[in-house]
Design a protein around this ligand. Structure first.
Ligand code: C5P
Ligand code: MG
Length: 209
């Protein structure tokens, strides 16, 4: 029987658009809208890791918790395993992979194991740290007021660490994809309607597979 990895290597029909940008740049918001209009499946690496952390049966829960609190990037074996499982389970072929690859380890893990998956574009949501921090703190406040549980990393201390990781580890990955000529840069400072109108320019060009 073929292992999961072998199956992936043999299936070239998958398409992935990576959605990158700093914490609070609007990745989740834009992905929800893309799903609505274009039907791509949204997989957030951060959401998958948070779900895995909550699973009492997971052997990686403790490690994930620590990495997230410190704003560090979890080893790719774990994240890629979760992404692959979600892709297989979805029954779809077109995916928005949000928040991945976030560092060189993520990138190398992807290139080694997923070389058969087409990546026609990278959507990069760009805005300032001030805007991102404002959004994250607003999100945390709204969640709290609504009686929900706030994210363990939506506090000023963790946000600083997440920004540092983004600048040091994620920007070089975005630059690498820029060199490859597949990055679609969108200014995500304006309100979501305006940002989405620009995002649509990219997805309108990606024909259904
Ligand atoms: O993308 P999001 O803000 O939800 O990510 C939250 C955290 O999840 C990151 O700060 C990081 O600790 C972890 N993460 C990771 N590897 C990824 C994506 C997220 O370790 N590829
Ligand atoms: Mg997110």
């Amino acid at each position: 029987m073929l292992g999961v990895l072998e199956c992936f290597k043999r299936r070239s029909k998958f398409r992935v658009v990576f959605v990158l940008g700093g914490p609070g740049s609007g990745k989740g918001t834009m992905c929800a809208r893309i799903v609505d209009r274009y039907g791509w499946v949204h997989l957030s690496a951060g959401d998958l890791l948070r779900a895995e952390r909550k699973d009492p049966k997971s052997k990686d829960g403790e490690l994930i918790n620590e990495y997230i609190r410190e704003g560090m990037i979890v080893p790719v074996e774990i994240t890629l395993g979760l992404l692959k499982r979600a892709m297989e389970a979805s029954g779809s072929t077109d995916f928005l992979v949000d928040g991945f690859p976030r560092n060189l380890d993520n990138l190398e893990g992807w290139e080694t194991n997923m070389s058969d998956v087409a990546v026609p574009a990278v959507l990069y949501l760009e805005t300032t740290e001030a805007v991102m921090q404002d959004r994250i703190l607003k999100r945390a406040n709204e969640t709290k007021l609504a009686g929900g549980a706030t994210r363990s990393d939506d506090n000023v201390d963790s946000i600083k660490k997440r920004f540092r990781t983004y600048i040091n580890d994620t920007m070089p990955i975005i630059d690498k994809y820029k060199t490859d000529g597949i990055v679609h840069v969108v200014d995500s400072t304006p309100n979501p309607d305006i940002v989405f109108a620009t995002v649509c320019n990219l997805f309108d060009t990606l024909q259904p597979s």
